[in-house]
Write a protein that binds this ligand. Structure first.
Ligand SMILES: [Zn+2]
Length: 266
């Protein structure tokens, strides 16, 4: 049994002094591979540095919508160079965030579209952050997926830490996207999210921690979240899909390998 934690911000300072321990702990519990998404240029470089240091760590490179206020052509060029690294498996995390006010909507959208175009050029899938922006995210992605190269058509990317209504799930799935689930699917008050997760086709499910945030039950509230805890999310999804844990683990791992082709076989 192996699992892939498809989204953990190992580069964040919450993990300073803990990385050797938590990466070893994860591997010992079957979580042999971890994808560290970038949230801005420096953090993308830090993710690549960790991928070079730890065999089981992979990186994504991108500028998070909350960090796009000064996004420029120079950023895009730097991202293009970073993304040629062999352990960069995706462009991300990118998207729209209307909850926070850190960057104007039109600026977020321009940065999102520019990074989507880069992903298409490089034939890399995208890790999408969507917070309170489902309609605009779906509109941008619908336009993007209409022009995708063949290599990405059935694996354009993932809605990471899915937390939107059922209709968004359906529209995202129809565009070919995978859905990633995090700690909230284990929370007591999350019946709506569990109903959505139960209906996602098994071959489109991904598990992720989004560490250091969103620590799942039974450790909810404890910081930082740890990649080993992605098991609790997989266990909950197995129950929701009424399949044995090992089957759900194998399925989500195969899904991660299919979507993030540079992960290879582990
Ligand atoms: Zn994230």
């Amino acid at each position: 049994m192996t699992l892939v934690d498809t989204h953990c911000h190992l580069d964040f300072s919450a993990y300073d002094g803990l990385r050797d321990e938590i990466i070893a702990e994860a591997a010992a519990s079957g979580v042999t591979r971890i994808i560290n998404p970038g949230s801005d240029l420096d953090r993308s470089r830090a993710a690549i540095a960790l991928a070079e240091m730890y065999p089981g760590v992979y990186a994504a490179t991108g500028v998070h919508p909350n960090s796009t206020a000064d996004f420029s052509a120079a950023h895009l060029g730097a991202l293009r160079n970073l993304a040629t690294h062999p352990k960069v498996v995706a462009i991300g995390e990118i998207g729209l965030d209307y909850y926070w006010d850190d960057s104007p909507k039109d600026v977020q959208r321009a940065a999102f579209e520019a990074q989507l175009d880069l992903a298409a050029t490089l034939e890399l899938p995208v890790i999408v952050h969507n917070r309170d922006a489902s309609d605009d995210v779906l509109a941008v992605l619908a336009a993007w997926t209409a022009t995708l190269p063949a290599a990405l058509r059935d694996r354009p990317g993932v809605f990471h830490s899915f937390s939107a209504p059922q209709s968004t799930a359906e529209r995202g799935l129809a565009l070919g996207f995978y859905l990633g689930f995090t700690g909230p699917v284990t929370f007591k008050n999350a019946d709506d999210l569990r109903r959505i997760a139960a209906r996602v086709p098994a071959d489109r499910l991904l598990v992720e921690t989004d560490g250091p945030f969103l620590t799942p039950h039974p450790y909810r509230g404890r910081r930082p979240n740890r990649p080993a805890y992605v098991r609790f999310i997989a266990e909950r999804l197995a129950a929701l899909h009424a399949v044995p844990f090992d089957e759900l683990a194998a399925q989500t791992t195969a899904n991660a390998e299919r979507l993030f082709a540079r992960l290879g076989q582990g």
